[in-house]
Design a binder for this molecule. Structure first.
Ligand code: UD1
Ligand code: UDP
Length: 358
């Protein structure tokens, strides 16, 4: 079949890395980059260092308010789908690029396939929640990372075309851990030692766009009792500057602020971290895959299994809860296997074949 895959934001390049490789063994793939992320450190670096094919199209949409950004993606994707006439449109995760691809395709009627289906935070104020619910409900094939994600879909009446495949980000990290250890020099470059620092990321809109939450997060991170390496998302840099917190963060002796890093450096930083503090969806799982405790700077998560397993603690933006969780020495429970076995990409290709045979 001819599959048109839509990517646009950092986590989608990483998800496409194992999936594109598996798809291309059996299908023709057209890769479309919406241009939602465009900085070299948010986009180019992933195509350079990972084995992801160069996009056939870059729509150059860039940043903007939700409706304008999504609408521009939709117009441009419609033209590409008109020219390419794909059999399947594949979308990843929960960004505006995901929703734009799914909506355009569901009107034009190629099949819509959603990687990372069935996740819910049940917080309708998150733009991602809107994107994932709507995308799931207009998808023909839904690739769920866990049984519980499939059950969530069932509870919403979505049962046809649901396949539990495991998480493609687990595939990605298994493919990269050894390479990262061998080739990344990020620890030496930053003067960090294995097991002696916390790795932190922050970019969720409700954390960056609320001055009080942002300030509390900065205070909480600073109280980890260890150096905190903090690769900073451009949204967060901008928010810290707008809130007059930038100088404080850069000058804080406990925080090591760096530009966003490439995937191999990020995997190396994860692998060497004593623990992780994040509001990212992907990073919560990656911490778990690499046996790190995660302190999640949110009030709820869609990756609930990691919390239930005792490996992830939700602390919101409460500095005292952050300090406690960042310094906790409680022993960790045994680690269950939660999101498949690292062969999600192959399972997705098999599921597509099964669906097409029916
Ligand atoms: C987006 C996704 C979010 C995902 C995140 C991954 C939506 C609604 N949000 O959030 O789900 O977790 O990507 O990182 O789709 N910017 C730059 N350079 C870039 C990209 C962004 O400077 O290359 C700045 C711009 O000021 C922009 C802001 O970051 O306005 C936000 O970018 P945007 O893509 O709208 O949302 P993210 O916060 O990145
Ligand atoms: N990541 C990276 N460099 C960084 C921060 C994150 O390569 O400086 C990777 C990380 O390994 C994960 C993905 O980006 O696979 C997560 O993206 P992000 O946190 O931006 O988005 P989310 O998962 O919250 O949608």
């Amino acid at each position: 079949s001819k599959i048109l895959s839509v990517v646009g934001a950092r986590p989608q390049f990483i998800k496409a890395f194992p999936v594109s490789a598996a798809l291309r063994e059996q299908h023709e793939e057209v890769l479309v980059h919406t241009g939602q992320h465009y900085d070299e450190s948010m986009s180019g670096v992933f195509f350079d260092e990972l084995d992801i094919p160069k996009p056939d199209y870059n729509l150059g949409v860039g940043s903007g308010p939700h409706a304008l950004q999504t609408a521009e993606m939709m117009q441009k994707l419609d033209a590409v789908m008109e020219d390419e006439d794909p059999d399947i449109v594949l979308v990843y995760g929960d960004t505006n690029s995901t929703l734009a691809g799914a909506l355009v395709a569901s009107k034009r009627r190629p099949l819509v396939a959603h990687v990372e289906a069935g996740l819910r935070s049940y917080n309708w104020e998150m733009p991602e929640e809107v994107n994932r619910v709507l995308t799931d409900h207009c998808s023909d094939m839904l690739f769920a990372p866990s049984e519980s994600a499939a059950l969530t879909l069932e509870s919403e009446g979505v049962t046809d075309g649901v396949y539990v495949t495991g998480d493609v980000q687990y595939d990605a990290i298994l493919k990269s851990r050894a390479t990262a250890r061998e080739h990344s020099t990020v620890l030496e470059d930053l003067g960090l030692r294995d097991g002696e620092y916390v790795l932190a990321t922050v970019h969720r809109a409700n954390n960056t766009d609320d001055r009080e939450r942002l300030e509390n997060i900065v205070s909480g991170l600073s109280s980890a009792g260890k150096p905190v390496v903090f690769p900073i998302h451009p949204r967060t840099e901008k928010a810290l500057k707008d809130a007059d917190l930038w100088t404080r963060v850069v000058e804080d002796e406990h925080l090591l602020v760096v530009e966003p890093v490439g995937y191999l450096d990020f995997v190396r930083l994860l692998d060497g971290a004593e623990r992780v503090a994040t509001d990212s969806g992907g990073v919560q799982k990656e911490a778990f895959y690499l046996d790190k405790r995660c302190v999640t700077l949110r009030d709820e998560t869609e990756w609930v299994e990691t919390v239930d397993a005792g490996w992830n603690t939700l602390v919101g933006a409460d500095p005292l809860a952050m300090e406690r969780a960042l310094q906790s020495t409680d022993s960790l429970p045994e680690k269950p296997s939660l999101y498949g076995d690292g062969t999600a990409a192959t399972r997705i290709v098999q599921a597509i074949a099964e669906f097409e045979d029916e």
